[in-house]
Design a protein around this ligand. Structure first.
Ligand code: S3P
Length: 182
């Protein structure tokens, strides 16, 4: 298969739940005139229910399998902006595919800022349910190393959605100009 030009590679956004992957992904897609794909939304539409119900009905393992198939399928497409769930990079096959086929941005929000959002997230995120704040903090820190496999990182504390989107599009344009000058 011919290598996809850098300018056409899809962009993948990773990071812990609730760091803003979906809102930022939409803003990046708007700026680059590309389609935005939220993997959780694709899976939810397919099953006709929210993620928390999917976890309850088919179980986490089956959700993870579906998540893997869906991500790999979209990563093979060009010119997409893809937001993947916070647990996706736990799977080696997903990590490897995203990193080899796409450009991966890690949205890095500190625990101090993240914890202010807990109440907005807890009901819709099955992985957080039944956990106390210390357990959530432990999960947050345990997950950080898996996001360290990326092409670029954006520290998002104190940045609004449009500022993060601008950082991402500016760094992409710089990379395109350096590595693929017209
Ligand atoms: C999960 C994150 C969620 C969703 C599912 C599991 C996780 O996505 O995929 O609830 O294990 O971190 P967001 O990161 O978009 O919240």
């Amino acid at each position: 298969m011919n290598e996809v030009p850098l300018r056409e590679k899809s962009i993948v956004l990773i990071g812990f739940m609730g760091v803003g992957k979906t809102s930022i992904g939409r803003a990046v897609a708007r700026r680059l005139y590309r389609d935005f794909v939220d993997i959780d939304e694709v899976i939810e539409q397919e099953y006709g229910m929210p993620t928390s119900d999917i976890f309850q009905t088919i179980g986490e393992e089956a959700f993870r399998e579906k998540e893997k198939e869906t991500i790999i399928d979209y990563c093979k497409q060009k010119l997409k902006i893809i937001s993947v769930g916070g647990g996706a990079f736990l799977q080696e096959e997903i990590r490897d595919t995203c990193l080899s086929e796409c450009i991966v941005f890690f949205l890095d929000l500190s625990w101090e800022h993240w914890q202010e959002r807990i109440s907005l997230l807890i009901d819709s995120r099955p992985v957080l349910q039944g956990k106390n704040i210390d357990e959530i903090k432990e999960l947050f820190h345990k997950r950080q190393p898996i996001y360290e496999k990326h092409h670029s990182k954006v520290e998002t504390d104190n940045l609004i959605i449009d500022e993060v989107a601008e950082f991402i599009t500016d760094s992409l344009k710089t990379a395109w100009d350096i590595y693929e000058p017209n």
